[in-house]
Ligand binder design. Structure first.
Ligand code: PAF
Length: 282
């Protein structure tokens, strides 16, 4: 696996790949890789000849009081894991490479509609930052396919709309959530949890499972969601949102069957997110 830091080197390496008519898959990450990221690389590996991963802790998608500085940077371990998972090229730009004129004057991409509410409501500007850097990476790598985790369900919806609206000729593959044995969705932010918080953290998944089971048997959503909110509070979480939406993140109507239950909650200083797909009865 080659690690490249400069745009010119990346373009040159990919030019050679394209001349060989090979299929390129992109896996954008912010590093501190876990089994969830490696599942993205493995999915990419199955669908393409050349897998390009990127590691970039994107300052544009962090709010002023968020964890940009504390975000774990573990490049040497990440390189070892990526190579073992079958990654061919790793692009690790620094901030000045992607944003040479700084952040305030940066052209940005905004994806209206799906970026609003849920995480977009509690993290203003977050999805503009994601859409901007992902557009930039799509433009630099020009992959045939790009893989994103379903844990960030709203992010995946934002990227799907971005690709449609800006006519990027890129297939987007959503890869299922990878969970620890106790159900906690893997996330780089799980590393912030204290031992006690780590013991409590799987309650987020368990609470979602209970709510899903109740909704699938036809119980009305309002009391189910307020009970789930209360259960999270009792366990020590401060819920940010817990919402039932249609799979495209539109509102649930009388005819909605395929739905998704999405939650974000703080445990101490750590913000965890999770979601579960469900089918509502007719
Ligand atoms: O999901 C992430 O890790 C990031 O939001 C992404 C897609 C790499 C953009 O910075």
């Amino acid at each position: 696996m080659r690690t490249l830091r400069e745009i010119a080197d990346l373009r040159e390496a990919l030019h050679a790949v394209r001349r060989r008519d090979q299929r390129i898959a992109l896996v954008p990450t912010m590093g501190n890789l876990h089994a969830g990221h490696l599942a993205l690389v493995e999915a990419a590996r199955r669908q393409a000849d050349v897998v390009v991963a990127t590691i970039f802790v994107n300052p544009l998608q962090f709010g002023p009081s968020e964890d940009l500085d504390a975000y774990p940077r573990t490049l040497a371990d990440d390189q070892t894991r990526l190579e073992a998972a079958g990654c061919d090229l790793l692009f690790v730009p620094d901030t000045a490479t992607l944003y040479p004129r700084g952040l305030t004057d940066q052209t940005q991409v905004c994806v209206p509609g799906v970026s609003e509410g849920l995480c977009g409501g509690s993290r203003p500007g977050h999805f503009d930052g994601v859409a901007t850097v992902v557009s930039m990476l799509f433009n630099l790598v020009q992959p045939h396919l790009a893989c994103f985790g379903e844990k960030d369900y709203q992010q995946l919806a934002v990227i799907r709309k971005l690709v449609t609206d800006l006519h990027f000729p890129i297939e987007i593959l959503g890869v299922p959530i990878v969970r620890a044995a106790d159900g906690l969705a893997l996330s780089s932010r799980n590393g912030y949890l204290s031992e006690d918080e780590r013991r409590v953290a799987p309650m987020l998944y368990r609470t979602l499972c209970q709510a899903r089971d109740a909704l699938e048997t036809g119980e009305p959503s309002e009391p189910v969601l307020s009970q789930a909110n209360e259960a999270l509070r009792q366990s020590g979480f401060t819920p940010d949102y817990l919402e039932l939406r249609a799979r495209d993140l539109g509102p649930v109507t009388a005819t909605t069957r395929e739905a998704v239950l999405l939650a974000a909650a703080r445990l101490g200083p750590t913000r965890l997110i999770d979601n579960l797909l469900l089918t509502l009865p007719s």
